[in-house]
Each structure stands twice: as structure tokens, then as C-alpha cells.
Design a protein around this ligand. Structure first.
Ligand code: ADP
Ligand SMILES: Cc1cn([C@H]2C[C@H](O)[C@@H](COP(=O)(O)O)O2)c(=O)[nH]c1=O
Length: 267
């Protein structure tokens, strides 16, 4: 097997980064001289001949969700590498908001790396990648998909119109277990959906949720094990209660301190 990783960029405007591998280039025929289709009843008049027109490609969408540390990126990379090893042209996009381990690579929590395009949005990918190179792509991986507001439109275009296989990995829920970004919106578009689990950091059981260990409230907060941990249902509920109790205690301490400061000002 040829070594594809790191793969060789093809017609990219961003040298040595975005990656498309490519032993057997141009595998998918872009044009057909004659395309036939017959209706189920074999009825007459159903035959279509389309000379010189682009063949309708058949795309796919596969969605991988779960809490943090569940192995979503690992699963995405495994799939992308396997597609690359089968001779398909692949590229991975991640959100440029995720600067945790590397700027231009997808990196798993246990250190596996793969070069990627780090972008603020998805719909600009085709233009940045180059239209010709994009046409030759077979498989597009998307990591940290919860951060892309244009996920639905990109997946629709890429799979339905451009015939790409799109593999999407992301958080289905945020630290409050609310729907995160547009990830759940693409479920109706998907061929397959895989929900992975991690290990609860407090008891070792299966973890379905992500607990935020700090008291920051914004939905988007980039971080790793310093800020988040995967937990089971019981420890999520307990953990939220502990966080809430801690907040109340800290706020009451702050209130008491403020009163002491105010009182001191009068002395
Ligand atoms: N509590 C945990 N449960 C499971 N895996 C963990 C945990 N903490 C660290 N890891 C590591 O994280 C790896 C998964 O990383 P990654 O694929 O980046 O996950 P994700 O993309 O879902 O956050 C696991 O193979 C394991 O080595
Ligand atoms: C739960 C939660 C997570 N995030 C951020 C934290 C990380 O930067 C990513 C998730 O990365 P992973 O590959 O799934 O480990 O998302 C956030 O912004 N808000 C949240 O509620």
C-alpha cells in the first residue's frame, strides 16, 4: 500500500496543508455519453439519453456524534484514512475556532494527527480549495461540526448535487445537553448516524454527556480536559448540582466580601 499520510496536496491554493490524496485520480466519471434509466414497470418512453451531460453522482452523508472524548475524531480519521487507502480523494475540514492542539491539523485527544483545512465556514471551502480540485474530491470529512452554521447547506450541496461522501463528526449536545449548532439539523439528511460514548471520569461507566468544570456560561468555549469531562447520567446530574451549589457558595462569599469592603469604607 502506498503511504498516503501525509497525503499530497492537489491543486491547492494553500500549499502543504489541505490534503487530497490520489493514486487513482479521476475515478468518478464526470460525463457520460449515454445514460439509461427504466421505470419499475419497464414502461415505454422512460429511457433517457443524455449526451455529454454530467452524470448524476450519488453522494452519502454519515454523522458521528457523542460527548467529548468519545472517539468522534478518531472514528472520522479512521474512516478518512480507509477511504484514502481505497484510492479515493479525501480532504478534512475543521472549524478554525478549534485551536487547541494544532491550527492546520485535526488532532485526537490521544495525539493522532491529520492535516486539514481550518475554516470559519464551510461554504467557502470549494472556492478556497479550488473548483477543479473540489470536483476531483470523493470524500470530505468535517470535524467540530457544531461550530459551522452553514453545515446543512454545505452537506446538501456536497452530497445531493456534487456526489461527495461527507463524514461529519461533532457534538450533538453542549454542556447543558442542549442541541449544539446545526448538528441535529442534518440528521434527516444522513445515510447513517453513529452515537459514540466515552468513559465517565467519575465511575468508569459509559459517558453520554459532557460536564463543564468551570462556571463560564457561554455555549462556545474551546477547551479540553482542563475544562470538560465526560460523565454518565448520574454524575452529570450530580455534577450540575455540585456546580450549582459551588456557584451559590462562591456568590455568597463574594456578597459577604463586598459588604466587608463597603463597611471598611465607612471606618
Ligand atoms: N474519559 C475518557 N473516556 C474515553 N476516552 C478518553 C477519556 N479521556 C481521554 N480519552 C482519550 O480520548 C480518545 C478519544 O479522542 P477523540 O477521538 O479526539 O475524541 P472526541 O473527538 O470524541 O473528543 C480516547 O481514545 C482516549 O484515549
Ligand atoms: C461541551 C462543549 C464543548 N465545547 C467545545 C470544547 C471543544 O473545544 C469542542 C469539542 O471538542 P471534541 O473534539 O468533541 O473533544 O467543543 C463548547 O464550545 N461548548 C460546549 O458546551
Amino acid at each position: 500500500m502506498k503511504s498516503l499520510f501525509p497525503p499530497t496536496p492537489v491543486h491547492t491554493t494553500k500549499p502543504n496543508l489541505p490534503l487530497v490524496k490520489t493514486p487513482s485520480f479521476l475515478r468518478i466519471p464526470s460525463f457520460s455519453t449515454s445514460m439509461s434509466s427504466t421505470t419499475a414497470g419497464g414502461g415505454s418512453g422512460a429511457e433517457i439519453h443524455s449526451v455529454g451531460r454530467r452524470q448524476q453522482p450519488s453522494g452519502e452523508i454519515h454523522v458521528i456524534v457523542g460527548p467529548m472524548f468519545a472517539g468522534k475524531t478518531t472514528a472520522l480519521l479512521r474512516r478518512i484514512k480507509s477511504e484514502g487507502n481505497s484510492g479515493r480523494n479525501v480532504a478534512i475540514i475543521k472549524s478554525s475556532k478549534d485551536t487547541r492542539y494544532a491550527i492546520d491539523s485535526v488532532v485526537t485527544h490521544d495525539g493522532t494527527k491529520f492535516p486539514c483545512w481550518a475554516l470559519p465556514d464551510l461554504l467557502s471551502f470549494k472556492h478556497r480549495f479550488g473548483a477543479d480540485a473540489y470536483d476531483k474530491l470523493d470524500v470530505i470529512g468535517i470535524d467540530e461540526s457544531q461550530f459551522f452554521a452553514d453545515l446543512y447547506d454545505f452537506c446538501c450541496n456536497a452530497a445531493d448535487h456534487d456526489g461527495k461522501t461527507v463524514i461529519v463528526a461533532g457534538l450533538d449536545g453542549d454542556y447543558l445537553r442542549r442541541s449544539f449548532g446545526s448538528v441535529l439539523e442534518i440528521i434527516p439528511l444522513a445515510d447513517t448516524i453513529t452515537k459514540l460514548t466515552a468513559r465517565c471520569e467519575l465511575c468508569g461507566k459509559r459517558a453520554f454527556f459532557t460536564l463543564r468544570k468551570t462556571d463560564e456560561k457561554q455555549t462556545e468555549l474551546i477547551g479540553g480536559a482542563d475544562v470538560y469531562m465526560p460523565v454518565c447520567r448520574q454524575h452529570y446530574v450530580n455534577g450540575q448540582a455540585v456546580m450549582e451549589a459551588t456557584r451559590v457558595v462562591l456568590e455568597s462569599h463574594k456578597f459577604q466580601n463586598d459588604q466587608i469592603v463597603e463597611a471598611a469604607a465607612f471606618i
